[in-house]
Design a binder for this molecule. Structure first.
Ligand SMILES: Nc1ncnc2c1ncn2[C@@H]1O[C@H](COP(=O)(O)OP(=O)(O)OP(=O)(O)O)[C@@H](O)[C@H]1O
Ligand SMILES: [Mg+2]
Length: 508
């Protein structure tokens, strides 16, 4: 028998004659950067692991002819649509309904009309994975040039991540030399001289407004409810202290003790400018606010927020964190006051930091500061509103919506403002909750019965499971997947484990 002259067809050509084929060509392994550990390594290849029953191969629309033997395909899921969330940003894990990867990019969501603002609120019972989900998000968004600021890390949960990235978190509290002036001028001071007068006026008005709000919130935390006269005088004092009325080209640094001294020993120009009959009347009327600020200076936070800031924040670092874990022994009130000072300072600093970068500002346990009173609630509210949201992504973290509602009596103004805060966060990430809070969730966030069931049932089965509700979309059931390195870095249970087990029993 003579051999045929025509060339033989390869297996691929032969199979190709019978229809479109899945892409089975082996891909060259991606080059890895030697000598550098990748903290956010993908945990599985794009098409799953190459093991029986684990791989998958999507067919893009419009549908092409797809042929294969049933011995090769375990299952077919025709017309399965992806979740509709664009595949950009942080790849958080997988959407359990579509089986596809779930990406989070709040700015893109706003640009594509999925939501109206880029802020997130994260709720979940203790230990469900709130901090881990946020840290994974921050870490993965860093690949897109986003930077993060943790405005008050009460439990020191973010410090391991910050250290893993080679940055030293700024610890405030017992034994730490770091000091932060609650009335710090931040980037305003260095920028001031270069601005035209109208810009100077505008920026200063914003900063003075913030400082007055901060001071009245702090006074209220001492049990005194400031009056409009107190606010007007505080504003006048701050203007004088900062030097703006003198027409100086340079702003002077101000601290809380400076303000308290001016109130306790006013000069003639001050009481006259603020329209008091005499010095005695000024002192008598302003005694409560003067004493409230005085208590703050002598109280458990003495020295921490009332001296000049003695560190410089590296704005180029991918993440910066203010660790408040050393303050825990000073009590809830001290932490609330510290969070209030930090919140105000970080909003001002991030707003003025015009480096074109988008910053993610994390406010964990923010409800603690809101318990200080109506003014504190108003401060948080105005910070969120004032923040130029197109350049900031704010993440509020709490256990449950009622934490926000517990800031005042039912029907009070505090509660009304706190409820509105939720509206300032288009995206809600809802981790597991017990059935007890299901009704509350439904009421506060307008959840359907199915969504409540997801939070109280499915999300309770594993850590990192959450219902992601972007504005009014039906929620996405997302399992956040942590890489091995991330699990090691974020393990907040490590301390429990090491005290419960002998050493060496729990190595990865
Ligand atoms: N997606 C996940 N996969 C695996 N483990 C996870 C995941 N999310 C969280 N964990 C683990 O669960 C534990 C608790 O997580 P985390 O500290 O993030 O919870 P939390 O909700 O912030 O708790 P708390 O309210 O006490 O601050 C950690 O040890 C963490 O490593
Ligand atoms: Mg946490």
């Amino acid at each position: 028998m003579s051999r045929r002259a025509s060339p033989e067809r390869s297996a691929a050509q032969l199979l190709g004659d019978f229809g479109a084929l899945p892409d089975t060509a082996p891909r060259a392994p991606r080059p890895t950067r030697a000598g550098r550990e990748r903290v956010n390594r993908p945990i599985a290849p794009r098409r799953g692991r190459a093991r029986p029953g684990e791989g998958w191969s999507p067919v893009e629309a419009p549908l092409a002819v797809y042929q294969a033997a049933t011995s090769e395909i375990g299952g077919l899921f025709p017309l399965l649509a992806a979740n509709g969330v664009p595949a950009v940003g942080a790849r958080m894990g997988y959407d359990t309904l579509s089986g596809g990867a779930f990406y989070a990019h709040p700015i893109e969501w706003v640009l594509r009309g999925l939501s109206t603002n880029p802020n997130l609120v994260v709720f979940g019972e203790p230990g469900r994975g709130k901090s881990s989900t946020i840290v994974a998000f921050l870490l993965r968004m860093m690949c897109f040039g986003f930077r993060a600021l943790i405005a008050g890390d009460v439990k020191g949960e973010y410090s391991p991540l910050v250290r893993a990235l080679g940055i030293t978190p700024i610890a405030l509290g017992r034994g730490s030399p770091a000091r932060l002036n609650a009335l710090d001028l931040g980037p305003l001071r260095s920028r001031w001289a270069g601005w035209p007068v109208h810009r100077q006026r505008e920026e200063l008005a914003g900063v003075l407004g913030r400082w007055v709000k901060l001071l009245v919130a702090l006074a209220e935390a001492q049990g005194y409810s400031p009056t409009v006269t107190d606010e007007a005088v505080l504003s006048a004092v701050l203007r004088r202290l900062v030097g703006v009325d003198d027409g100086y080209t340079e702003l002077r640094p101000v601290t809380i003790p400076d303000v308290q001294r001016e109130l306790a020993a006013p000069d003639d120009a001050l009481w006259q400018a603020t329209r008091f009959a005499d010095r005695r009347q000024f002192l008598d009327l302003l005694r409560p606010i003067t004493d409230a600020l005085g208590n703050l200076i002598d109280g458990p936070l003495a020295g921490l927020f009332d001296e000049q800031t003695n560190f410089t924040l590296d704005w180029d670092a991918p993440v910066q964190s203010m660790d408040l874990s050393l303050l825990r022994s000073r009590g809830d009130q001290a932490i609330a006051v510290a969070l209030t000072c930090l919140g105000s300072w970080s909003s001002m600093a991030t707003d003025l930091q015009s480096d074109g970068e988008i910053r993610i500002v994390v406010r964990d346990e923010m409800w603690r500061q809101m318990r200080l009173g109506l003014r504190a609630v108003q401060t948080v509210d105005s910070e969120l509103r004032l923040s130029r949201i197109e350049k900031n992504v704010q993440i509020l973290v709490g256990h449950k919506p009622s934490d926000l509602m517990s800031v005042g009596a039912a029907g009070s103004q505090e509660v009304a403002i706190a409820k509105d805060l939720l509206a300032l966060c288009s995206t809600r990430v809802l981790l597991g909750q017990s059935t007890r809070v299901a009704d509350e969730l439904a009421e506060g966030l307008g959840l359907s019965e199915r969504e409540q069931d997801v939070i109280t049932g499915w999300a309770m089965e594993r850590q990192g499971r959450a219902l992601w509700k972007i504005e009014n979309t039906p929620g996405f059931k997302v399992q956040t997947v942590l890489s091995r390195t991330e699990r090691r870095i974020f393990d907040t249970n490590a301390q429990l484990r090491s005290s419960a087990m002998p050493k060496g029993d729990h190595d990865d």
